[in-house]
Design a protein around this ligand. Structure first.
Ligand code: C2E
Ligand code: CA
Ligand code: CA
Length: 662
């Protein structure tokens, strides 16, 4: 189920998620670029400011240690390099060598107290300006943190002079507390930003933005291409090559979608609609005409559907349909209408259509196993297969049981072989005149720990359909050969045992070799093994069957025709095939007693066989009068409940030792 589920899961076409991720990446990249610019600015500015700060620290220390409050010499000395001023703790200027202390902002060296102090100082000294910015020397003045955003507005003021001067000196004040906190000394320092610095910055910015942009465009183009490819792929995957419209795969996926979305109370049914004699139609018409007819049918069905109903073209001549179904009667009516419309597309041709319907349970929703539902509809349709006429059949409980059974058997069959769950039963064949044991037929039984003891009628037809029957046939041949070999080794008087070989198996070219090898592997003699081939198989590939029979006989096996008289006349096969044994079908012995016509047919069949040098076995004999009649007519062996039912190996071994019927 899980594996089936996967079959109908298409790879999701994610577009929104990558788009969001790409956009986020895009924004993130721009953020990183802006941050990088800031860091670059801060780093360059810091480097350049550092040298200046080292100088003014020296001057501040010099002033701090001097005994004068305001020494002319000091002023001269410093003034040669810096503009500066000294203020007392009340922010009164004690001395200065500049009048220009209004435009810039200043800061003390202690970061913690700084902000308040600076604001205060700025206020007292009337230092407010839009161009304010500052640097914050740390205690050792070894590094200066830069609040770069403060520098930004300056650019707006300076571009012309900046380019003319090939750079600009950005002034700032550095303040120190001196004389035990009773005075401040402030120096006007500068950061020299050059044109080269700005060029680096511009190149870096342009290249990064360009790169991000290119990558983003590539990603988007790729996303669009993948999306386009995906939708193109979907079209191809979902396309039926005959109708150039929807195929089974689409049908299965869409049905799940519809069932998943259905409102409570909306009933759905899945329909398997088949154009009955398509192959025959193809024999008389060209493939092109056949496909054209299918296209017309498809369009006719499609036009007959209501909103929310879907149809596809399945295999060859089948059309899976998902329809709303109020109840069985209205649905039957609608499908009958569709079928009449389809029949009309045939013109003078006699077109027929059969529909199998499965009413989907209301509980079946989005994870519906569409294969299983459709299989049920197909099974319902198969019940109509005996006729070529148009018809409609609903899936019923008996079919459901069969479907369940098929499932169980298929799931268990492989293990059953490995675990030797299949048992060989032997049904003895007796000579009706002497009551002597002449042979036996090996018949399979399934002794399943899960399902109990199962008769072949319940699983052989299934295996024949699935092809698993060949495994059973091999298994039976090997086991019979093994038993024969063991009995021989034990000194028992063995009789010929016949093994059924399925009709499905007879189409294999090397069947005779397979049988020989299986028997040889067990070391059993060939001439005590008989291969039973059912009558109806003789209508298959006659050349192949004849060659297989010839080879089997060459290897020393006996070959019999099983169920003679059960089907169509097989006299022709008797003429051509060099068979050893003829097994009269149980049907001859099922009718009422003293049926003269049956007696004539049986008697003549026995006569015919004898003339063709064939042994005869009558099957399904359970009455004394039948035994007497067959004995009189010279039938060689009787295999029937009158003598014995099929029995386990151990019971049969007793019969072999006694060599006496009960
Ligand atoms: P079949 O080959 O025609 O086997 C004869 C069937 O008739 C057996 O049924 C047997 O039990 C039954 N039978 C024999 N005498 C009487 C009788 O007097 N009265 C009644 N009512 N029935 C009698 P069984 O064993 O159930 O097998 C049914 C069919 O299953 C076989 O028909 C054969 O077609 C198939 N089959 C059984 N075993 C194997 C096998 O190992 N391989 C293959 N390929 N088919 C097998
Ligand atoms: Ca048989
Ligand atoms: Ca038979």
């Amino acid at each position: 189920m899980a594996r089936r589920d996967k079959r109908y899961r298409l790879p999701k076409n994610w577009i929104v998620l990558p788009l969001i991720v790409y956009s986020l990446l895009f924004v993130l990249s721009f953020w990183i670029i802006t941050e990088s610019i800031e860091i670059f600015l801060a780093y360059t500015s810091s480097l350049k400011a550092k040298a200046e700060t080292e100088n003014v620290v020296y001057y501040a220390d010099l002033y701090d240690q001097s005994t004068f409050d305001s020494d002319e010499l000091f002023i001269d000395y410093v003034a040669s390099e810096y503009e500066f001023f000294v203020a007392d703790e009340n922010f009164n200027i004690i001395c200065k060598n500049t009048d220009n202390i209004t435009a810039e902002f200043i800061l003390p060296d202690e970061e913690s107290a700084s902000i308040g102090l600076v604001r205060h100082l700025a206020y007292e000294l009337d230092l407010t300006s839009e161009r304010d910015y500052f640097f914050m020397p740390d205690k050792d003045c070894s590094f200066l943190e830069v609040e770069a955003y403060k520098i930004m507005p300056i650019y707006a003021h300076v571009p012309t002079s900046f380019f003319k001067n090939k750079g600009e000196l950005f002034p700032y004040w550095t303040v120190f507390t001196v004389k035990n906190g009773t005075e401040f000394i402030a120096f006007k320092t500068h950061i020299p930003i050059t044109l080269t610095d700005m060029t680096y910055l511009a190149v870096f910015t342009t290249v990064s933005i360009l790169l991000v942009f290119i990558i983003f465009v590539i990603l988007i183009v790729n996303l669009i291409r993948t999306t386009k490819n995906n939708s193109q792929m979907k079209k191809v995957i979902f396309r039926d090559n005959i109708t150039i419209d929807r195929n089974w795969f689409w049908f299965a996926i869409k049905s799940r979608e519809i069932l998943g979305r259905r409102k409570a109370g909306t009933q759905y049914a899945i329909v398997s609609l088949v154009f009955v004699k398509y192959r025959q139609y193809l024999l008389c018409h060209s493939l092109v005409q056949g496909e054209q007819a299918l296209r017309v049918m498809y369009r006719t069905i499609k036009a007959s559907l209501e909103k929310g109903e879907i149809v596809a073209h399945g295999n060859l001549n089948t059309f899976p349909i998902l329809m709303k179904a109020e109840n069985e009667e209205t649905l039957r009516q609608r499908i009958a209408d569709i079928i009449s419309r389809l029949e009309a597309t045939g013109g003078e041709h006699d077109f027929n259509f059969q529909a199998g319907i499965y009413m989907i349970e209301p509980t079946v929703k989005k994870n519906a196993d569409i294969d299983m539902l459709y299989n049920n509809a197909s099974n319902a349709r198969l019940t109509l297969e005996s006729t070529d006429e148009s018809g409609i059949a609903f899936f019923n409980n008996q079919l459901l049981e069969e479907a369940k059974w098929t499932n169980i058997v298929t799931e268990n069959q492989k293990d059953a072989i490995a675990n030797e769950e299949f048992k060989v039963f032997y049904q003895p064949k007796y000579d009706p005149r002497t009551n002597e044991l002449m042979g036996a037929e090996a018949l399979v039984r399934w002794d399943s720990p899960k399902m109990g003891f199962i008769a072949p009628g319940k699983f052989i037809p299934l295996f024949e359909r699935s092809g698993f029957i060949t495994e059973i046939d091999h298994y039976m041949i090997s086991h019979v050969a093994r038993d024969q070999k063991r009995w021989l080794d034990e000194g028992k008087n063995i009789v010929t045992v016949s093994v059924n070989v399925s009709r499905a198996h007879f189409s294999e070219v090397n069947l005779a070799e397979q049988i020989r090898d299986l028997v040889d592997a067990e070391g059993a003699p060939h001439d005590k093994i008989e291969i039973e081939l059912t009558e109806s198989a003789f209508f298959d590939n006659q050349k192949l069957i004849l060659s297989t029979i010839n080879k089997l006989k060459e290897y020393g096996f006996h070959v019999s025709m099983d169920d003679f008289g059960s089907g169509y006349s097989s006299l022709n096969s008797l003429k051509d095939m060099p068979l050893d044994v003829l097994k009269l079908d149980a049907g001859f012995f099922r009718g009422e007693k003293d049926n003269e016509r049956t007696e004539i047919v049986v008697s003549e069949a026995l006569h015919l066989a004898r003339k063709l040098n064939m042994q005869t076995v009558a099957e399904g004999v359970d009455e004394q009068y039948q035994v007497d009649f067959l004995a009189k007519e010279g039938c060689n062996m009787i295999q029937g409940y009158f003598y014995a039912k099929p029995m386990p190996r151990e019971d049969f071994e007793l019969r072999m030792s006694n060599q006496q019927p009960l």
